[in-house]
Design a protein around this ligand. Structure first.
Ligand SMILES: [Cu+2]
Length: 272
């Protein structure tokens, strides 16, 4: 009976994590990713963590389908000092045999270990087992999710997850021959959007002419990446490049910044 109580308590703790994602408010409490504490041995690393879906932002998830990304988040605590270990070998071992290296960094208001695993059409459906293993000096630690169905990761086919999502509204057709272009693109990054100074999300530039792209972040930590052009800014500043081919290039955030990371998009439209 005692054991049952502690499992229930853990599950309750896991549901509390949802509130840990409000990293866009200044008052957000600093909450550790702390879903399922493992047993602690003297001198052993203690690993705690959870999984979230990138598509839905920082929402706890255990069911994923193609196109989504599983984001593993973990704390690795030194069993001797009780401090978070920031330089260690931390890896997610998947039941598919794949091994993912985790990196330590700041996400929203918290620092923890993270790695994202893209689910593709080739990812086998069914249960996806995983173990997080850490090595630091002569300490090691391991984290496994509870071996009960609701705690395990499950890859489901698209149809299963298909919800009655509203179809995206058709974009207004812009006459690209008449559009005003500006080779100076200024983007403001904040939790969780990229905008121009007037709130715009589409930036029109001429092909074959140099573009100066700059980013300034107002809150959060963001990087800027222009898909298809291989242009990026890892921090505030500017970069010059000359787009040769007309087309629409998606601007995305290159740093996993927490809830709403996937919403951070804008468009660079290169016109002839
Ligand atoms: Cu971001």
């Amino acid at each position: 009976m005692k054991k049952k109580t502690s499992i229930l308590a853990s599950l309750f703790a896991a549901t509390m994590i949802l509130t840990a994602c409000s990293d866009d408010t200044d008052t957000a409490e600093k909450t550790e990713v702390n879903a399922v504490p493992q047993e602690k041995e003297a001198g052993a690393l203690v690993i705690t963590g959870d999984t979230v879906t990138e598509q839905g932002g920082c929402v706890l998830a255990s069911r994923f389908s193609a196109g989504d990304k599983i984001v593993f988040r973990n704390n690795v605590i030194d069993g001797i000092t009780n401090e978070q270990v920031t330089e260690a070998k931390v890896q997610v071992h998947l039941s598919t045999g794949e091994v993912l290296d985790m990196t330590y960094g700041k996400h929203g208001d918290d620092n923890f270990w993270v790695v994202a695993y893209p689910v593709t059409a080739d990812t086998p459906t069914g249960t996806l087992g995983y173990t997080v293993k850490a090595e630091y000096n002569d300490q090691t630690g391991e984290f496994k999710p509870f071996n009960v169905a609701p705690s395990l990761l499950t890859i489901v086919s698209d149809e299963v997850l298909q919800t009655s999502a509203e179809p995206e509204p058709e974009k207004e057709k812009v006459d690209l021959t008449k559009v005003e272009t500006n080779q100076k693109v200024d983007i403001i990054g904040k939790n969780f959007e990229f905008n121009g100074p007037a709130g715009e999300k589409e930036f029109y530039v001429k092909a074959g002419e140099e573009v100066t792209l700059s980013m300034k972040t107002e809150d959060g930590t963001h990087g800027l990446f222009v898909e298809g052009l291989d242009v990026k800014l890892d921090k505030d500043g500017s970069v010059k490049f000359t787009p040769e081919k007309a087309g629409e290039y998606k601007i995305v955030c290159s740093i996993f910044c927490g809830a709403g990371h996937g919403d951070m998009t804008a468009n660079l439209v290169v016109v002839e």
